[in-house]
Design a protein around this ligand. Sequence first.
Ligand code: KIV
Length: 273
Amino acid sequence: MSVHQSTHLKRITTHILQEMKKRKEKISMLTAYDFSMAGIVDAAGIDMILVGDSASNVMAGHETTLPITLDQMIYHATAVVRAVERALVVVDIPFGSYQGNSSEALRSAIRIMKESGAHAVKVEGGAEIRESVVRILSAGVPVMGHLGLTPQSIYKFGTYTVRAREKEEAGKLLEDAKILEECGCFALVLEKIPAQLARRVAEAVTIPVIGIGAGPDVDGQVLVLHDMLGITQEFKPRFLRQYADIRNTMLEAVGKYIQDVKSADFPNEKESY
Ligand code: KIV
C-alpha cells in the first residue's frame, strides 16, 4: 500500500532546493522550535525550517547553544515536524553529540531522523568533522553544513564578531565549503562573514548557500524567528532585520488582560455560561 501526502502542497526537497539555486530563486529559511510557531511559519510559505540549537538561547534562556541536549533537540523537532506540511525541516545536531567520533555522529543523526521525522540534520565545522559528515550521509541522511561563526565553538573564538576577515581564515572557509560539497552535503549555512567572501563561496559550490549575516549574494537567508519577530529584544546585530514588535504587542495585550481581570471587566455576561 502506498502512502501519499494528505495535502495538495508540494513538499520542499533537497532536490527542489538545488533547482532553486540553478534558476537563481532565493531560498527562505527561519528557525522554529514548537508546533504553534512552526505551523504559522510553514503556512506563510517558508522553504526551510531550522530547528536550531539556538533553542538553547531563545527557548531555554541559556547564554550559549552548548547546554541543549540531543533529547531536547528531538523534543523540539518532533513538535515542529507535526505542524509542517510543506517546508523542509532541518535539525541541528547539538554540541557533544557528533564531535567525539563518526559512530556517535551517525547514532545522533539516526535518532533525530527516526524519532522526530525531520528531513535533514545540520552540523557545524569543515575538514575536522569530514568523517562524521560522510558517515551520516552514507546512512542516507541529508546533511547541511555550517561555517563561519559557529556558535558551538564560541569558547574557542571568544567573541561573536565577524569571522574570516583575514586571508588565512577566509581561505580555510572556502576550502571547507568545497570539502562539505564533495562529501555530499545538500546545502551550507554561512554565518557572520564578509559579504564578498560569502559570494565567492556561493559561486564556488553548486549546493545552495544560506546566509545569516553573510550579505545578499548567497542563495538564501536564514534568521532566528524570535529575533526577526521582535520577541527577543536584547540581541540586535547589524544583520538582523526586525519585521514585527511582538514583545511589545504581547506586553500590551497581557497588560490589558491584567487590568480587565483586576477591574472585574473580564469575563462579562457574554463570556459567561
Ligand atoms: O541554531 C540556529 O538558529 C542556527 C542559525 C543561526 C543558523 O544555527
